[in-house]
Design a protein around this ligand. Structure first.
Ligand SMILES: [Zn+2]
Length: 168
């Protein structure tokens, strides 16, 4: 019996453990790729871990699940003394989603949000592309998709419905 090295206590850094937590709503992407995970600090005296996260949406119920999942992942990695702090400033934006995260969203049929223009720039209306066929001929069906953080869209070319992560 050889235990997976990933879950052997003490061998995984607190940073790696926290970064491995997947978003409970978008199971294909980690909180690190999503840009929610801001910092993982270890107190050199006490060994206490402080994880800082920024929610994607205020009141997103997934945050409670994420906090619990982070503590569990840290405990599995041997970091039992851990605290998860939530900071709201600077606010999360979809710009924080990594390139790898965007690719995973697209592969899962979730249209990655368009980059948010910088402050002072007049935003252009960007087409939401269908993750199935790539067509820009899409329309919003409902402001709320499978979760409050996603909107339901439909492709006019292939008629496939898909979730679009709302850009902030
Ligand atoms: Zn399509």
């Amino acid at each position: 019996m050889s235990a997976s090295p990933a879950i052997e206590a003490g061998t995984v850094s607190a940073r790696e453990a926290a970064a491995s937590v997947v978003d409970p709503e978008i199971r294909v992407i980690t909180i690190d790729e999503l840009g929610i995970l801001r910092a993982v600090e270890e107190d050199s005296t006490t060994g206490r871990i402080t994880v800082t996260i920024t929610p994607t949406y205020t009141g997103c119920p997934a945050m409670d699940v994420i906090r619990a999942d982070i503590r569990r992942a840290l405990a599995v990695a041997g970091h039992l003394d851990a605290e998860v702090r939530t900071v709201y400033s600077p606010p999360w934006s979809t710009d924080w989603i990594s390139e790898g995260g965007r690719a995973k969203l697209a592969a899962a049929g979730i249209a990655p949000p368009a980059a948010v223009p910088a402050a002072g720039v007049v935003p252009l209306t960007l087409a939401v592309r269908c993750p199935q066929c790539g067509s820009p001929e899409t329309e919003q069906v409902s402001r709320f998709g499978s979760t409050a953080c996603k909107a339901l869209w439909r492709c006019r070319s292939c008629s496939e419905p898909f979730d679009h992560l709302k850009a902030l």
